[in-house]
Every structure is written in C-alpha cells, then in structure tokens.
Design a protein around this ligand. Sequence first.
Ligand code: PBG
Length: 323
Amino acid sequence: MPFPAQRLRRLRATESLRSLVRETQVHPGQFILPIFVCPGEGIRREIGSMPGNYQMSIDETVKECEEVKALGIGGVILFGLPEAKDEMASGAYDEAGIVQRAIRAIRKEAPGLLIVTDVCNCEYTSHGHCGFVKDGDVDNDTTLQWLAKTALSHARAGADIVAPSDMMDGRVWAIRQALDSNGYERTPILAYAAKFASVFYGPFREAAESTPQFGDRRSYQMDPANGREAMREIELDLQEGADMIMVKPAMPYLDLIYQARQRFDVPIAAYQVSGEFSMIMAAVRNGWLDHDRAMMESLTSITRAGAGIILTYFAKPAARLLG
Ligand code: PBG
C-alpha cells in the first residue's frame, strides 16, 4: 500500500535526516581547477567573462597553486598563453615553453599538488586551430606528431597527467607511444574523449586567446547531436591506451556522462566549461540566482550523473564552502 503507509517526506523533515540519506557527496578532492598561465611577472589579469578567474604569470600561478593545495582541491590543469604564436605551434612543445616552465615552478614550490596539462595546439597556432592547417583543414597525422612531442615535454617537466583535448584521431595512441618509448610509461593519459563543438567554450577562448581566425572546429570536435558516436570515441580512446576519459561540456551532456558510467569501468571526468560557469555567474550578478546554491547544485548533478572528477572554475569557492 503506497499511501498513507509510505510518506517520502518523512526522511526530508530535518537536515540531519536529509544528510543521513543523501546519495551523492561532492568533495574538494574531486575538483580540478583550470589555470591560464601567461608570460611576465606579477601579472594577475581577471578574465572579463569569468569573474574570479585570471590570466596569471608563473609567479602568481605558483601562489594560486599553494592556495589550491591548502583547500584540498584535487589538482590543477594548466593552459598556456605563449609569448608568440606561429603556424607550427612551436610554443606548445618547446621545452622552455610557458606550460613547461610553469610545471617546473609548481613542482618546486607546491610539491605534492597534482598537475594535469592540457595537450593541444590552439593556444599556440597563429590561426587558432588545434593543429597543422593544410588546404583549409586541420591535418590529422601531422598534428599527432606535435601532440606527442607536447605531451612528452610536459611529462619531462613533471606533469602528473597529460590530457589531450584536440580531438584528432589516434592522438592517445601517438602520445602513449611517445611517452613509453622515452621512459614515461607511468604517466597517465586523461583523454578528452567525448568533446563537443560547443558554443559554451566562448569565454575560455577569450581567456586562452585561442579563437579560430577562420572557420570553426566542427571538422574535429563532435556534433552535439551525437550520443552514440560519443560512446565510440570513448571506446577507441580506451583501446588506444587512455587511463581515464572525459565528457565535455558537462551539464548539457549529463546523459552521456551517465551512459559512459554504465558502460566503461574507468575513472570518468567531466568538464564544467567556461560558458557553464559564466552563465551561472551572470545570473548571480543580476541577482537572479543564489551563487552557492547554483554552484553546488550544478556540481552535485554532474557527480550524480557519474563523473568522479570535475574540472571546474568553481573549484576554489566550492572547496571553501565544503570546508
Ligand atoms: C583546447 C581547449 C578548449 C577548452 C579546453 N581545452 C577550447 C576549445 O576547444 O575551443 C574549453 C574549456 C572551457 O570552455 O572552459 N582545445
């Protein structure tokens, strides 16, 4: 007999009851904070569309990392703004590049903090595409060589995890080969496996100065309409040697996080991207949403869907709130 024997409101009556039966817990150790590293010294430039997030020079990045570590946040993911960009994305795989130097500095000043690196070319090419452009499109197999060199240079500098976000076919395989043949067989790969050609990357491109100068990324990033293809992308990345996979963006793709959780027994990350963050912050600034509740509800939903790891620009305020 459902009613009146069963009354689901009984277990919602007080915070202690709700806390006892809460199914999903969010904790700071599962967050990864994206950081944008720029040249110079003493620089901390706020990104207009992403309040509370900055382009930071290496010295400021180090301070940020000390704070991140003290808050118990799981780690950081580094994006670089190079001194100069060119057709060959030279800054991406330069042993003395911006990210490589940042890794070394963080390793030294904030030891023990987990460092993930984004392996991509779009911040380093003059045209803003994620690889070598030939006949107006990104050439897959040439780009693989750049990605392999970049990942290796990150591992050499001391990265804990490399995370390719370019969406070339075969990049996980190419990176795994390069790492293994140079003695980095213990460096894990977190593949941005199901990464969609999303409008929600807009604010990031302002932050990373990586907007494509012509065309768009739809010949390599996924069509937002395709869920089955997302599962194929994940499956192939795992076959090529990915240790962990990611779904990106997060909130508009919770169905795919959930499907991936059912199908693949590997750690799953979700990237709550810049536009997801900016939308919430814009509503907060207008007085339309409560900051803390919107932040926590979004992070809880992503966790409930099945992501154990969340890349999020809310990492610091959420960690502070969780105490
Ligand atoms: C690099 C990369 C992008 C993001 C992460 N890595 C931008 C893009 O693909 O255009 C987006 C992250 C965000 O929006 O927060 N390719």
